[in-house]
Design a protein around this ligand. Structure first.
Ligand SMILES: [Zn+2]
Length: 125
């Protein structure tokens, strides 16, 4: 797939920021997630554990309001996820090129999932 123009990619990041700025109560993306049955996530429904993106919608809302501590409380790696998201959108063609990169990707995903669950167990009321 051809890399879209820079203005489109920057617009996409702007849209992501705008959507994150809207409170979850009124956010159409949150409503869409509910309608599609995406929240709670499939991993949470089937395995009873949090996925690495659990709490990310609320965390991005806090990040859009520069409330970084509150965002970290929702999902500890949300600030990194935001930066990664921007990098992925700007570079666009980001692929795992070999088995080694695939293994690293899945090991990092499993470690993050584990840490999100540790965070949830330690800091939930
Ligand atoms: Zn989840």
């Amino acid at each position: 797939m051809a890399k879209p123009r820079l203005v489109f990619r920057i617009g996409l990041i702007g849209l992501m920021f705008f959507v994150s700025f809207i409170p979850p109560k009124y956010n159409f993306i949150v409503k869409l997630e509910l309608i599609l049955g995406l929240t709670p996530s499939v991993i949470e429904k089937v395995l009873g554990i949090k996925c690495l993106f659990c709490g990310m919608t609320q965390a991005f809302h806090y990040l859009a309001h520069f409330q970084i501590v509150s965002a970290i409380k929702c999902n500890f790696w949300s600030p990194v996820a935001l930066i990664l998201g921007i990098v992925v959108i700007m570079k666009w063609d980001l692929r795992l090129l070999n088995k080694k990169q695939e293994y690293i990707f899945f090991i990092v995903a499993i470690i993050l999932t584990f840490l999100v669950n540790v965070q949830t167990r330690l800091f939930s009321i």
